[in-house]
Ligand binder design. Sequence first.
Ligand SMILES: *[C@@H]1O[C@H](CO)[C@@H](O)[C@H](O)[C@H]1NC(C)=O
Ligand SMILES: *[C@@H]1O[C@H](CO)[C@@H](O)[C@H](O)[C@H]1NC(C)=O
Ligand SMILES: *[C@@H]1O[C@H](CO)[C@@H](O)[C@H](O)[C@H]1NC(C)=O
Ligand SMILES: *[C@@H]1O[C@H](CO)[C@@H](O)[C@H](O)[C@H]1NC(C)=O
Ligand SMILES: *[C@@H]1O[C@H](CO)[C@@H](O)[C@H](O)[C@H]1NC(C)=O
Ligand SMILES: *[C@@H]1O[C@H](CO)[C@@H](O)[C@H](O)[C@H]1NC(C)=O
Ligand SMILES: *[C@@H]1O[C@H](CO)[C@@H](O)[C@H](O)[C@H]1NC(C)=O
Length: 625
Amino acid sequence: MAKSHTFLIFTNFLIAYLFILGCARDVPTNSYNTLGHGDATPIGSNFTFLCDPKRASDLVKQMTLSEKVLQLGNTNRGVPRLGLPKYEWWSEALHGVSNVGPGTFFDDLVPSSTSFPTVITSAASFNESLWKTIGQAVSTEARAMYNLGRAGLTYWSPNINVDVEGTEDFKDLNSRPLKVSSCCKHYAAYDVDNWKSIVRESYDARVAEQDMVETFLRPFEMCIKEGDVSSIMCSYNRVNGIPTCADPKLLNQTIRRDWDLHGPQYTSLGKKDICSDEHVELAREAAREGTVLLKNIDQTLPLDANNFKTLAVIGPHANATAAMIGNYAGVPCKIVTPLDALSAYGEVDYKVGCGEMKCRNDSLIFPAMQAAEKADATIIVAGIDLSIEAERGLDISFAKANKKIGAILWVGYPGEKGGLAIADVIFGKYNPGGRLHMLPMTSMPLRPVDSLGYPGRTYKFFNGSTVFPFAYGLSYTKLNYTLKSAMRSTHIKLNKFQHCYGIKYRKESHIPHCPSVRIDDMDCKEKINFQVEVKNAGDRDGSEVVVVYSKPLEGIEATHIKQVIGFQRVFVPAGGSKKVKFVLNVCNSLRVVDYNAYSVLPSGGHTIIIGDDIISFPVHVNFSS
Ligand SMILES: *[C@@H]1O[C@H](CO)[C@@H](O)[C@H](O)[C@H]1NC(C)=O
Ligand SMILES: *[C@@H]1O[C@H](CO)[C@@H](O)[C@H](O)[C@H]1NC(C)=O
Ligand SMILES: *[C@@H]1O[C@H](CO)[C@@H](O)[C@H](O)[C@H]1NC(C)=O
Ligand SMILES: *[C@@H]1O[C@H](CO)[C@@H](O)[C@H](O)[C@H]1NC(C)=O
Ligand SMILES: *[C@@H]1O[C@H](CO)[C@@H](O)[C@H](O)[C@H]1NC(C)=O
Ligand SMILES: *[C@@H]1O[C@H](CO)[C@@H](O)[C@H](O)[C@H]1NC(C)=O
Ligand SMILES: *[C@@H]1O[C@H](CO)[C@@H](O)[C@H](O)[C@H]1NC(C)=O
């Protein structure tokens, strides 16, 4: 029987520790919280959202200076003489309720909570509905823990980095409100840390206003305007000389608007809602959906359990436990290691191969080689972990090029049921459909700087070769698209208050007579509609991520190459097809940010690209007065 070699990679990116709470307007009245294990929340205390600005301001006026100072930072001491309760603001829930912050703890009453895959893994699913479902499940467990006096109500999650280009990710949360208060962090331009001489606390990020508006602020804008966050946490760094936590422009002008926390009562949640079967199964599903198949020569995968009865399972991550849940974790309900899960499919010969992640010592290699020689298939589970992790990825070009490695799966930090997900994918119980989304972060500027030989970064600006491109990911089946219908132009009539705005074009370009209109001046009601049919021509069910990009018209100076404007993950049964409909906002989808950091809608012929240039079509923007 032919030997097949499989290679699994874990990797991760930076999720930083936190320190300062930016601002949160909706203070839970009548709520007490944990300030230490013996000093906990009155069980089932009444959390209401009676945020009365007049009352709040009156309360602040009655406080002495030292009383005010005691309310700064995350551990608020309260003011007993005014009936203001103490409160611990710091709890974490990036991928499950975590005990990293002092506001939350585990003990005999609540020993664990569901540990979902970390965000790098669930983001690779490109499935908005999955993210919302996980968010709901985490908030249910968090609220249940609060009711039991074991957790706070304010969670310093989600964490935003610019490599995942969201589009409408935050939309629609209001229809399924979270049961706790969430907080987007770290605001803003907090992308480089612990890299060369950069330390986040002293780093002064020099950021062009154009990059600020276009890339660093946009996700926070979406978090606040479209999402359900009730607070924003400022970052540690300075931006152009000003500490973000002391920048009135960033904190007061830019974000203190349109905030809205929805707060129904959830007093019935309790122990039964933590680590429920439903949540644990969701953790497994999320890990499967976030798995990315990067290489699969001659359909090495999936393995047929009838033909591959003996498995050599090699590598320091094969029996991973803590490494699976990454950082910002809590105490998981029950971890299933890759080794445990693979053992259900065949006779496993486990050899660690390397004593630690860096594999500096090859004394353990020989037994691993012997095991591989005897087995029907060899599965290497390797990569990095928190001991050597930073936000940088791992160069796996050697594995891509090596013909003996038949297949590569990327799984990130897949959470407590990651082992099951890996086995499900290897043995074809689940057909992978995740896509890569990470790009290295080594410097603040986004755009290439020719004079410095700086190539730019992210798929939006970097025009060099990559080991695997953004949104790369294979399937066990054959999926293909056809364009069913598309709107090709949009006419926007300008009123007398809306003006044409000049943007920079390269010298020889044709410049339209009304080059653009500033987004702030427009109503932005227009939509682009189109429909794509996804066909599954293979003999396995599968899911496809349809990624849609827009490309600005030729000739505009220093704009992006392309940008993600939408995506949908669809399940398509073997031999079947699914129509996927996109209705995208014209301003959001076709905007560019000019030198002066104005968001503008350029007129002329933009291009919509679907997938890896599989389909593209033009959309013409016309302005008339
Ligand atoms: C909680 O607050 C609601 C309305 O504010 C009130 O009707 C209810 O009696 C309170 N419950 C407790 C246990 O104090
Ligand atoms: C997206 O996630 C949801 C879970 O919320 C799941 O039910 C659905 O099957 C997923 N979609 C695809 C295409 O994988
Ligand atoms: C915040 O902005 C408001 C106006 O929007 C202004 O009245 C207030 O003084 C500002 N606060 C600070 C601290 O700058
Ligand atoms: C896997 O690791 C656990 C500890 O995390 C250990 O108890 C167990 O013996 C290991 N399994 C094997 C097969 O080495
Ligand atoms: C290499 O690892 C083996 C097994 O863990 C150990 O016995 C040996 O001392 C190590 N050698 C070095 C040079 O670290
Ligand atoms: C990418 O770089 C190549 C070579 O420098 C150039 O010819 C091409 O126009 C560039 N593409 C874009 C979209 O900037
Ligand atoms: C997918 O469809 C396009 C036309 O829409 C065709 O050119 C291409 O060959 C097809 N690819 C596969 C793998 O079938």
